[in-house]
Write a protein that binds this ligand. Structure first.
Ligand code: UD1
Length: 416
């Protein structure tokens, strides 16, 4: 796979684009599939690099995971035990590999999970995940870069999360689904991907209530039965194409979306002056001549998503005035700033706050994708920039965006 994207800016995007299945839901559902007996079939799973890595981890654990001709993916765990240790070489490629902790404990009562890698967007501790699995009866040790967990006497329990961590909520939910008794997660994450995981587990026979609120109750069951399930659309991919329409001053219908998942993004985009309309087919976005500055604070759902912060920064770097962006979820999500500055943006960072002073024009340059969403933001800036932009390390972008070159090309962008 090529590792750079070359974009010639200045062409308004027009037409329709279809959003793929959600990366973050797809990844956790792939992991959760190992807890079921029989063949799980997942529809709407995006063919992106993170998913391919996850499939390799599943195969390495002895789970048969393979793509079908209709684009779905089948996951068949073996009749007996699966391997309980995830490989370092594969796990370092994506953070979501830490989700095997809850799934393996649910299935095998034992997990040896490599401390994860993934996007370099700040320290990503596991303390809340560990607090949760310990409460449900696991003994945990951390040695040589691995978390060793074993459950001798699993029992449901109450777990209060100090922060509504998405991954910790998912790990605890998966383990609790097969842990005898009632478990309760207080201050749980409320992201749509959490709801999708609960719906998926419930479709297999789990008993989970309250997902999507901050109190999730889980009655453990002995057995989960495999079935077929379609993953929700990716709200972050949708948001990225919505900003692509706005920043290129185009007119794009973003199809296959769940509008309520997009409300925080729609609200902010409208404040910048873009015209956003919900239609039966999706969300239509028309860019305005002038971009108004707006202030953004990232927060857990339903607040403004941290995964859309960089893309919004790209848009605001072309606003008529100054915007303030406060990043409350990850401490290292401003690496994009130096790259945007290479394109002519005027941004100052002080701790968790960035002040974006809008400029009239961005200029094409050689830049580097430092993480997935920073890469997406560079694509957006390049669409609006004068001249040609070469984005190196585009592999970060391919981790999370299915066929991004083709989708943008179809909308009229000049991408190679
Ligand atoms: C998930 C998403 C990621 C998104 C993030 C926040 C996946 C695969 N990734 O990541 O795209 O940006 O949610 O919406 O779904 N924290 C702790 N202790 C812990 C766990 C987390 O302090 O044990 C902190 C983290 O350092 C971070 C914050 O909680 O500051 C949010 O992290 P979390 O919600 O866990 O994100 P992920 O699940 O890693």
């Amino acid at each position: 796979m090529k590792n750079s994207l070359v974009i010639e800016g200045g062409y308004p995007l027009n037409g329709r684009v279809r959003v793929s299945g959600a990366k973050n839901a797809g990844l956790v559902l792939l992991v959760a599939s190992i807890m079921a007996d029989g063949e799980t079939i997942l529809d709407n799973l995006p063919r992106i690099r993170d998913v391919e890595v996850m499939v390799k981890i599943l195969n390495d654990l002895g789970v048969n995971a393979r793509w079908n001709e209709d684009g779905s993916l089948s996951i068949c765990p073996p009749q007996g035990a699966v391997k309980v240790k995830t490989s370092y070489e594969l796990s370092k490629k994506l953070r979501a590999s830490n989700l095997f902790l809850g799934a393996l404990l649910g299935r095998e009562k034992e997990a040896i999970v490599s401390l994860p890698g993934g996007c370099d967007i700040g320290s990503r501790p596991m303390d809340l995940h560990i607090k949760g699995i310990q409460a449900l009866g696991s003994e945990v040790e951390i040695e040589h870069g691995f978390i060793y967990a074993r459950t001798k006497a699993p029992a449901g329990a109450r777990v209060y999360l100090d922060f509504p961590s998405v991954g910790a909520t998912e790990n605890i939910m998966m383990m609790a689904a097969k842990t005898p008794g009632q478990s309760v997660i207080e201050n749980a994450a409320k992201e749509p991907e959490i709801v999708d995981l609960a719906n998926f587990l419930n479709s297999m026979g789990a008993r989970i209530r309250g997902a999507g609120t901050d109190l999730i109750k889980i009655e453990g069951v002995n057995e989960l039965k495999a079935g077929r399930y379609a993953i929700i659309p990716d709200r972050i991919e949708a948001g990225t194409y919505m900003i692509a329409a706005a920043i290129s001053k185009g007119d794009v219908l973003v199809e296959n979306v769940i509008p309520t998942h997009l409300h925080p993004i729609v609200a902010k985009l409208q404040e910048t002056g873009a015209i956003v309309e919900e239609t039966d087919q999706g969300v239509r976005v028309r860019g305005s001549k002038q971009v108004r500055p707006v202030d953004i604070k990232t927060l857990p759902y339903p607040g403004f998503p941290t995964d859309m912060q960089s893309q919004m920064m790209a848009l605001l770097s072309l606003a008529e005035g100054s915007s303030v962006i406060v990043e409350n979820v990850f401490e290292n999500r401003f690496q994009i700033v130096d790259e945007l500055k290479r394109m002519g943006a005027n941004i100052k960072v002080e701790g968790h706050t960035a002040v974006v002073n809008g400029v009239n024009t961005l200029y094409g340059a050689r830049v580097k994708a430092t993480d997935l969403r920073a890469g997406a933001a560079l694509v957006l800036s390049a669409l609006a920039a004068r001249g040609e932009t070469t984005i190196e390390d585009a592999i970060h972008i391919f981790r999370g965006y299915e066929n991004i070159g083709a989708k943008l090309g179809q909308l009229g962008a000049k991408v190679e």
